[in-house]
Each structure stands twice: as C-alpha cells, then as structure tokens.
Design a protein around this ligand. Structure first.
Ligand code: ADP
Ligand code: MG
Length: 259
C-alpha cells in the first residue's frame, strides 16, 4: 500500500468520523439508520458536511415512495428534504413508464438504484423548469443521489396545508391561477404535471404552490395529453364544489394542444 493511499485512507476515516459525530448529535440519527440504506445515510452525511443544511429535523410526511423531512439551511432558512426509498421494487416498476418515453431521459443506463436517483433528479429538473417559467413550486436547492433538497413551503416547521384541507378565501381566483399554471407549464415549461389534484397543492397563506412534480412528463411523452386531461379534470372537479365556473375541459385541452 502506498504512503499516499494510506494517507488518503486515514483522512477519509477521519472525515467519516467527523461526519458521524455531527449526525450523532442529531436525535434523528438512530431513526434514519433504521429507515435508510448505507448509501442514503452517506448522502445525508455529505449534505450535512457540505452545509447544504445544518440540521435535519423531524419527518413531515411518509409516503410509499419517500419521506419528507424539515431541515434548516446554514443561513437559517427552512428547507424540505425529500428522500426516496431505494428498496421499493413496485415503485421502480411503476415509474418506468414515466421515464421511458421522455426524450430528456433517453439513452440513460438504468441500474436498479440509478432509476430512483433519476427519479429524484427528474423532480429537481422539473422544479427548476417550472420555477423558470413562473409556475409557483418549491425552489429546488440541490439533488444528490436519491435526496432532493428544496424550499420549505410553510413556517416554523409546519407545512402549509394541502388545498384539500385549506380554507380558501377566493376559490375563483385560486382556480384561475392554477389553470394559468397548467397553461404556462404546458406551453412554456413543456411539462404536464400528471398528478395534479388537491393533494399535491399546498396553500401558503392564500397562494397555491404545486408540489410533487417527480412524475411530470415532457409534452412529447406519449401519455402527456391523457395526463393533461386528467389534471384539468381534477382541478375542475375540486373547484366546482365551490360554485366556481370552470373552463370546459375539452375546449381548454384543444386550446392548449393547438396553441
Ligand atoms: N417543499 C415542501 N415544503 C413543505 N412541505 C412539503 C414540501 N414537499 C412536500 N411536503 C409535504 O410532504 C407531503 C408529501 O410530499 P409529496 O411531494 O406530495 O410526496 P408524496 O405524495 O409522493 O409522498 C406533502 O403533502 C407536504 O405535506
Ligand atoms: Mg403527493
């Protein structure tokens, strides 16, 4: 073994120790260790070490595919950290259809874990694209492997309520804004959300913020128009109950497709 290599080894041992100490102070450590695999834990250590966030706090939400945590950035800003599970075979099968058929992801080799990493990266890129055109989504901060860091939508560790549960002061106004987001998302970001509903929109004060964009597809995806139709349907269905006069679905769909 060369001296340089030994030195490197000593250094990385030291680094790892420092990282461990840092995260050990966190109450979450044991919890994290029980839930995530080694590579995911290392990714979290690295993000802590690189000071992307300085504290990883409690779980905001546990889904089938991911857990979302609250974290604090070095500058004190609140962050949301979405960590995708790597061991979920059913999930891997189900996301294949969204990635395959999207030209942005063609020709990428898909090993088992890299599929999940690609999914996280897709969510990051989609957040970026939506942000750029003015669709209100959490601002993406970074993505590393299966860990996505983004702006926290809420305050003092409490997420903004889902549209489903929020008190909506002016339904007509929120409806129009959401249709506008669908429109510019489609025409400018060239994306279809694909899972848009009252469950994937947070109400930050009275501003709708669209979340959960990992499955959003490029408009050229073979199922894009079907997804777009479903998104419009869901939003219309939700707002009809407030007596909002909604756009005719087919008309809106045609208008977007032919624009
Ligand atoms: N950026 C965020 N800020 C605050 N809360 C968030 C954020 N992203 C997700 N959440 C919370 O986590 C829940 C699940 O997130 P979501 O992205 O919808 O994942 P999934 O539905 O796949 O589990 C949301 O309903 C919301 O309560
Ligand atoms: Mg969701």
């Amino acid at each position: 073994m060369s001296e340089a290599f030994k030195k490197f080894e000593r250094k990385s041992e030291k680094q790892e120790k420092a990282q461990r100490i840092k995260i050990k102070r966190s109450e979450e450590y044991e919890y994290l260790e029980g839930v995530f695999d080694k590579i995911t834990l290392l990714t979290i250590y690295k993000l802590l070490n690189d000071e992307v966030f300085s504290e990883l706090n409690g779980v905001i939400s546990t889904g089938k595919e991911s857990k979302v945590f609250h974290a604090i950035a070095k500058d004190g800003k609140e962050l949301a950290v979405k960590i995708y599970f790597t061991g979920n075979l059913e999930f891997k099968k189900s996301i294949r259809k969204y990635i395959e058929g999207d030209p942005r992801f063609s020709g990428v080799k898909r090993k088992i874990n890299s599929l999940i990493e690609e999914w996280a990266r897709k969510e990051y890129i989609n957040l970026e694209s939506y942000s750029e055109v003015g669709v209100r989504v959490p601002k993406p901060v970074t993505v590393r492997r299966n860990v996505l860091v983004m702006e926290f939508i809420g305050k003092d560790g409490v997420s903004a309520p889902l549209l489903k549960e929020a008190v909506i002061e002016d339904p007509q106004k929120i409806y129009k804004k959401l249709i506008e987001y669908i429109r510019i998302g489609f025409l400018k970001a060239k994306l279809v959300h694909g899972d848009l509903s009252e469950y994937n929109i947070l109400m930050l004060e009275q501003e709708p913020v669209i979340i959960d964009v990992s499955q959003a597809v490029d408009v050229s995806h073979p199922l894009a128009i079907e997804f777009l139709q479903r998104d419009i349907k869901n939003i219309n269905r939700f707002f009809r109950q407030f007596g909002v006069s909604v756009y005719e679905e087919d008309k809106l769909l045609k208008e977007l497709v032919n624009a």
